[in-house]
Structures are given as structure tokens and as C-alpha cells.
Design a protein around this ligand. Structure first.
Ligand code: UD1
Length: 430
């Protein structure tokens, strides 16, 4: 089983290029199957979740041509099945975007219930509410979601909770429904705007993405296009916090600074300096971090996917900080791992109260989920001594070349798969 071993203590300094946004790319790949012409998608991150979805798209019969690690051509005219059900697709959350896409195109879809990170209960009732409002029957049977509609018609849908997944899924299906759909209380994340832009370049008629009311005029069919995925705001934020906790100075390139405002603002609060350029941000930490209060919220609030990373920084910040996790109730599991490294955190329900400590010391910890795993790597880079992070397959789901990018910034980190390799690494780096 692959693990990382990290020797902490080096300030991370230099430049890093951010890959395409995983969560936008997942919606965009699903949208691509809806046309009967070729769609070229560029700036895809080369990460496991993306590659699993591309394989699933090939398995239902779409023609898939990998151009290189970051681009793919998809043509949905050859699709011969509306059933996506395999071992791998079960493990990714965004498998459910195939429901919206296939239901829109073929008025029928059967997809394995979604997996994804275990960060709390992840119901899909709002997706189902949306599909039903568009006229589909929805059943859950034998671990599959099965939907079918004689005819999909536009509808007025109020989402009871702000959900990224439900907003994208309903938007996908409504694109090819008859008539007009309005999604109210829609999520406003940059990846929703990106999926809407992609659908519009395929001939859809979607207005208002990025606000909480999205209006969709159904069209008869979609055509091919070329589309480049936006940069990953969470990968960028992860490197920004890596600069903060390692007393580093990192220029994070290929980003849209506007998408990073909530993250930038918290970096200011904890005492870092942030310089914004057209498509880059530079984060400089003078070493002294101060406490702050954080509440995770839907965009444009502070993202839940950055909560473990800011938690790692706050546990080293002078004073008492609090984090309120308002999106996923089970997102503080990493705290136990962090405590093995010397952090002082008390979790009560969805609130973590953090007393800053002087330093972390290396330990053996478990990645637990995608973002928690990345956060623990950052903690290891700030820690005294060696840290081993187990179960890094979680990290590989969403971070392209994580250890290579970190190494370029001066991190001492290696992927290892045996105790012998750990000993070798320790001898090598001393
Ligand atoms: C997406 C992201 C994930 C991120 C999350 C919140 C992808 C593949 N994943 O997940 O990285 O952490 O947004 O920004 O893009 N909810 C319901 N009913 C539903 C759907 C959601 O009650 O039908 C609740 C969830 O339990 C959660 C909240 O709504 O409390 C937000 O979830 P949602 O935005 O749907 O998250 P995902 O789309 O699963």
C-alpha cells in the first residue's frame, strides 16, 4: 500500500502550477456524453476520479480518445447503454452526474449509487427531487439509482439545501428537457459556472449560473465544442496553506484569484501576506501565525474542502481558534491524527476549538479522506522529524503529482510502499 514519508522543517519556496479543477471536470465530462458530436476537453487534471469517470464513459459505449494526460476527445453518438455500473464508478461521488446527463439525452439512466469520501451523510434527495420535477420516475433498487421519463419537461425547482451536485445534475437533465426550468437556491460554486459555460458552448441555453437562480431553456440537441477546464481552487488553496504553515513563500500560478477570495481573506487574518496577480497569487508567511474564527459555507463562503488545511494552520497559530463545519458533519476525523502530531484540539459536534501549539512532531497518520490527507501532508512538512501518511490513495483521487509539485518547492517527501523503503529514505535524508 502506497504511503508518503515526509521529513518536515523546510520552508516551501518557489512556484507551483495548478491543474484543472477536478470537481468542474467531473461535471464537464458527464456533459460531454450528451452531444452526438466530438467534444474536446482540455486542462483535465490527471487524477484518479477523472480517469475512473473517463473509463466509465468509454464503458457505456462513447468513443473516447485520450490526446494526452490532460485532454480527451469524447463522442457520445456511439453510446449503447444507459447503465453505468462497475466496481470503480461506485467509489467516486460524481458518478451521479451520468444520471443527469443520460436522463437528459436518452430519458433513461441507471447508475450505481455514488461513493466518494466518507465525510458525513451524503444524501441525494435533492437530485431526486429535481429529476422528479422534470417528469422522471426515480427508483433506488439493488444499489442503483434508476430513472426513466416518457418525456422530460421544464419545471420550477426549489432546492431545499444548497447542493453543488444537485444543481449540476438537474442542470444537465434540464438542458435537454422540453421548455423552461428554473433552479432556485442553486449552488454558486465556480465549477457550476464552468459546467454551464461548457453546456452553453455545446448549444445549451443556460443563464444565471453563479447566482442562486439558474434559468434553463431546453434545447433539442447539443453539438460538439472545445473546452478548457478552470483551475482547481482547492488545489490552489492547499498550496497557499502549505506556504502558511511551513513559513514559506509560494507563487501559486494558473489560478483565478477571484475564486480564492475566501481563502485569501483567511490567510490575511492569520498573519500571512498575499499578493494577487492576473492569474497567480503569492503567499508569504513570516512564520508567526495568529488565531482566527472560521465557518465553512457554500461559495462564496469558506469552502468545506479547505477546512482540514486551515485546521492544520490554526493548530500552529498563537491563541484560540474555532472552526464551525456547517456542510458535512463528519469532517473533523483528521483532528485525531493531528493530535498524534502534537495539536491541541477539542471537537464538540460541528465545532472545533483549537489551542495553538508551538510545533508539530512527526508521527504515523492516516489520510482518511482526500482533503484531510492533503492537510496531513502539509502538517508533516511543518513538523519536526519524519511523518508517515498512510492510505494516500485518497490524495491521489484529487491531487495531480502532489509529491512532485511539493518537491519542486523544496519539500522532502517520497512515495514508498515498504518499511525497507522508509528506512532507505531516512538514511538518505538523514
Ligand atoms: C461537492 C464536492 C465536494 C464538496 C461539496 C461541498 C464534487 C464531486 N464534490 O460535493 O468536494 O465538499 O460539493 O462544496 O463536486 N445535501 C442534501 N441532499 C442532497 C445533496 C446534498 O442534503 O441531495 C447536503 C449534503 O449532505 C451537504 C450539503 O447538502 O450537507 C452540500 O452537499 P453538496 O454540495 O451536494 O456536495 P457534493 O455535491 O456531494
Amino acid at each position: 500500500m502506497d504511503r508518503y514519508i515526509v521529513k518536515g522543517g523546510n520552508a516551501l519556496v518557489g512556484e507551483v502550477d495548478i491543474s484543472g479543477a477536478k470537481n468542474a471536470a467531473l461535471g464537464i465530462l458527464a456533459a460531454a456524453v450528451m452531444a452526438d458530436e466530438t467534444v474536446l476537453i482540455d486542462n483535465l487534471p490527471d487524477v484518479r476520479d477523472i480517469n475512473v469517470l473517463i473509463d466509465a464513459i468509454a464503458e457505456i459505449g462513447a468513443s473516447v480518445e485520450r490526446i494526452d494526460r490532460h485532454s480527451v476527445k469524447i463522442n457520445g453518438s456511439t453510446i449503447n447503454s444507459t447503465c453505468a455500473d462497475n466496481e470503480y464508478i461506485k467509489r467516486i461521488r460524481a458518478s451521479y452526474y451520468l444520471i443527469g446527463a443520460l436522463l437528459g439525452k436518452f430519458k433513461k439512466a441507471e447508475v450505481t449509487l455514488p461513493g466518494g469520501c466518507n465525510i458525513g451523510s451524503r444524501p441525494i434527495d435533492q437530485h431526486i427531487k429535481g429529476f422528479k420535477a422534470l417528469g422522471a420516475d426515480v427508483k433506488i433498487e439493488y444499489g442503483m439509482i434508476k430513472t426513466e421519463a416518457a418525456d422530460l419537461h421544464g419545471s420550477h425547482i426549489y432546492l431545499d439545501v444548497v447542493s453543488v451536485g444537485a444543481t449540476i445534475n438537474v442542470m444537465l437533465a434540464a438542458t435537454l428537457a422540453n421548455g423552461n426550468t428554473v433552479i432556485e437556491n442553486a449552488a454558486k460554486e465556480p465549477h457550476i459556472v464552468d459546467v454551464a459555460n461548457m453546456l452553453n458552448s455545446m448549444g445549451a441555453n443556460i443563464r444565471g449560473a453563479g447566482t442562486d437562480i439558474i434559468k434553463i431553456k431546453g434545447v433539442e440537441k447539443l453539438h460538439g465544442c472545445e473546452y478548457s477546464v478552470i483551475p482547481d481552487q482547492i488545489e490552489a488553496g492547499t498550496f497557499m496553506f502549505a506556504a502558511a504553515v511551513t513559513r514559506g513563500d509560494i507563487l501559486v500560478r494558473n489560478v483565478i484569484p477571484k475564486h480564492l477570495e475566501a481563502i485569501t481573506s483567511k490567510l490575511y487574518d492569520i498573519g500571512c501576506s498575499v499578493e494577487e496577480y492576473d492569474d497567480a497569487v503569492r503567499v508569504i508567511s513570516n512564520g508567526k501565525l495568529v488565531s482566527t474564527q472560521v465557518k465553512t459555507l457554500p461559495y462564496p463562503g469558506f469552502p468545506t474542502d479547505m477546512q482540514p488545511q486551515i485546521g492544520v494552520a490554526l493548530a500552529l497559530a498563537e491563541g484560540t481558534s474555532t472552526i464551525v463545519e456547517s456542510i458535512f458533519e463528519n469532517r473533523f476525523k483528521y483532528v485525531d491524527e493531528l493530535m498524534c502530531m502534537g495539536a491541541n484540539v477539542r471537537v464538540e459536534g460541528n465545532i472545533a476549538v483549537i489551542e495553538g501549539v508551538e510545533k508539530y512532531t512527526g508521527a504515523q497518520v492516516n489520510a482518511l479522506d482526500l482533503r484531510a490527507g492533503a492537510a496531513l501532508v502539509i502538517a508533516g512538512l511543518a513538523a519536526e522529524g519524519f511523518t508517515i501518511i498512510d492510505d494516500i490513495h485518497f490524495i491521489q483521487r484529487g491531487y495531480e503529482g502532489f509529491e512532485q509539485k511539493l518537491r519542486k518547492l523544496g519539500a522532502v517527501i517520497e512515495m514508498v510502499d515498504s518499511d525497507k523503503e522508509i528506512q532507505k529514505f531516512k538514511l538518505k535524508v538523514g
